[in-house]
Design a binder for this molecule. Structure first.
Ligand SMILES: O=C(CO)[C@H](O)[C@H](O)COP(=O)(O)O
Length: 223
């Protein structure tokens, strides 16, 4: 049983003819894009933007129309994955390195649907290392500032090289253990010069669709 596929395909049912759709990134969002691709082949008419080069490529392979950002306007729905989801619908994202584009796309969507297997649900965010996107310029100073905040950063690596995002930036993965106040930390991190954005998505998700071990779906809507 593929729990990611179950959750992603449920989310794809929300997409209707004429909608403008944001396509997330990662192994769960992958299944949503594939399902939408099948539906497009069956005649569904949508316009889409993608949150990463990988998702853009996948969507184009399926024949999903990808529209330039300056021509699509506000999106109806974005479907994306997450690394952690707390009971207040706050998220950690960016395990796949696409957090900046994901946050921009989510912020320009009327509705953000998060899809995941049940293991992503947590009582408190922070066990998953929080990704922080950092510009390469003077990055050791930014790294030091993250250390000073108590974030315990570690550069994400790609083999022997530092990992680079689609935007040409670095990722510092911060082992926080437990994040007491996600809203406050989100602001503190983004105020550091050199930080582009971080993987905390506070008050952004509207619906969370989790597939449980037995294949049933736990679907929650933020009021
Ligand atoms: O934020 C993301 C990419 O930047 C992903 O949505 C997140 O890492 C979850 O990925 P997966 O569905 O592969 O577990």
């Amino acid at each position: 049983m593929n729990l990611k596929k179950i959750a992603a395909e449920r989310a794809a049912e929300y997409i209707k003819d004429g909608m403008k759709v944001g396509l997330g990134t990662g192994s769960t969002a992958y299944f949503a894009i594939c399902r939408l691709g099948e539906r497009v082949r069956d005649g569904l008419q949508i316009q889409a933007v993608a949150t990463s080069e990988a998702s853009d490529k996948l969507a184009r392979e399926w024949g999903i129309p990808i529209i330039p950002f300056d021509q699509i306007g506000r999106l109806d729905i974005t479907i994306d994955g997450a690394d952690e989801v707390d009971p207040d619908f706050n998220l950690i994202k960016g395990g796949g390195g696409a957090l900046l584009r994901e946050k921009i796309v989510a912020a320009n969507s009327d509705k953000l649907i998060i899809v995941a297997d049940g293991s992503k649900a947590v009582q408190q965010l922070g066990q998953f290392p929080l990704p922080v996107e950092v510009v390469p310029f003077a990055s050791e100073w930014t790294f030091q500032a993250l250390e000073n905040l108590g974030c315990r950063p570690k550069w994400r690596m790609n083999g022997d090289e530092r990992y680079l995002t689609d935007n040409g930036n670095l990722i510092a993965d911060c082992q926080m253990e437990a994040i007491e106040n996600a809203a406050e930390l989100n602001v503190k991190l983004n105020m550091l010069p050199g930080v582009v954005d971080n993987g905390l998505f506070v008050d952004m998700a509207d619906t969370v669709i989790l597939a449980k071990d037995d294949g049933s779906i736990d679907e929650r809507h933020r009021s």
